[in-house]
Design a protein around this ligand. Sequence first.
Ligand code: SDX
Length: 438
Amino acid sequence: MIGKFTTNKTAELTIDGKTFSLPIIEGTEGERAIDIRHLRKETGHITLDSGFMNTGSCASEITYLEGAKGILNYRGYAIDDLAENCSFVEVAYLLLHGHLPTSEEYSHFSNLLGRFALIHEDMIHFFDHFPPNTAPMAILSSMVNSLSNFYPEMTENPMEDIDIMATRLISKVRTIAAFTFKKSKGSPLVYPRHDLSYCANFLNMMFDSPVKPYTINDDVVAALNKILILHADHEQNCSTSAVRLVGSARVNLYASISAGISALWGPLHGGANQAVVEMLEDIYASDGDYQTYIDRAKDPNDPFRLVGFGHRVYKSHDPRSRIIKKACDEVLVALKVSDPLLDIAKELEEVALNDEFFIERNLYPNVDFYSGIIYRAIGIPNNMFTVMFALGRLPGWIAHWKEMWDDPDWRIGRPRQIYVGPKHRPFIPQEERDKESR
Ligand code: SDX
């Protein structure tokens, strides 16, 4: 795929008096890269780029981010348009197929989601054997990994039908998430229903009860669709890169997605949405003293970071954060609830955005800053917030996994390194080592 984006421009690299011409690649939105795929063979040198701040891992047709302007497009469509006009299922289809579905394609995709909503009854016993208070992300990554044993056909011929492969996972992860929540409370499981939409089904599985039927609120369903759309993909972030790297060894989809779930769990990544609400709860408990947290975030000797702020790519507003902030207000009004944490979050944002430290470092609220407040308003507990992120990100992970499998340039991911350990030294037998240590 990369080849068709090579320009007639080159970058000249001179090493020890010898000059090498490296091709320049230009993407459809004008991003440019120096193609170093033959660098080591031609120059004997590799590049070094910890955290891959300057390194592209692939060419992709799925998502475009422009960090300075805060642009996020899925398959060319602006995130604002998709969040405003689509359901999460439509956007999942778009990410997987590259086009928005016709009504016939949409109904086929939705029917598959309904067909695959149950998990094998044997899997339900797994819940009984995790220790109490097991982290939901640990349960999710374990359960997803085990799916390859319940559906072995998916490993033999994974490209058989992307719709079957994707909807089976997108639907079952929703059920596993809801069952995890019910089991954590010792409540009876609520099974998926064939007559409910994707998000309404999830909410019903989470909150319905034999003794207190759950009333599905259309505003909450709309907000959940929007928030899952906002999380659905984000190009080569940490967890998507994990899915691609694990998948590049030609391991099955379920094991690759399980790796993505594990990466997303990190507090610097998807785990931030839970950490944000815990930070806001702490501020609330200290009578709203957010200044202490701002001061700590600015203190070079304090490892504390203002969670929900900053981003590797966005050096201006994260477009998702603005949409979620607006949805927060809408959901709280629809549910007739107020949340003091939202007021604290808004004050914190206001102060930080006017503070030189944050301005100089282009630190703005990211997708995680407000998302937890919506989840709280819906009734989702803190320890399920990152599971919600995984539910949203799943179509993006699958789309990237499939794109990698289909990519003619695909290679197993195997980065190099610069060795800085001891030079070669002779072996010392145990008795010599003991003598030396005396
Ligand atoms: C997600 O990649 C993606 O696309 C991720 C994501 C997605 O959709 O997949 O968008 C989802 O993970 C959002 C990010 C959620 N994480 C957090 O909110 C945790 C808090 N934020 C950070 O730790 C941090 O901003 C990162 C991890 C998000 C980005 O880190 P970078 O790009 O490696 O930035 P950096 O560590 O080089 O920081 C640059 C400077 C440093 O100060 P100096 O050393 O220059 O003095 O900014 C400072 C950092 O100390 N800084 C912060 C800060 N984030 C960066 N200082 C205080 N609070 C913060 N939140």
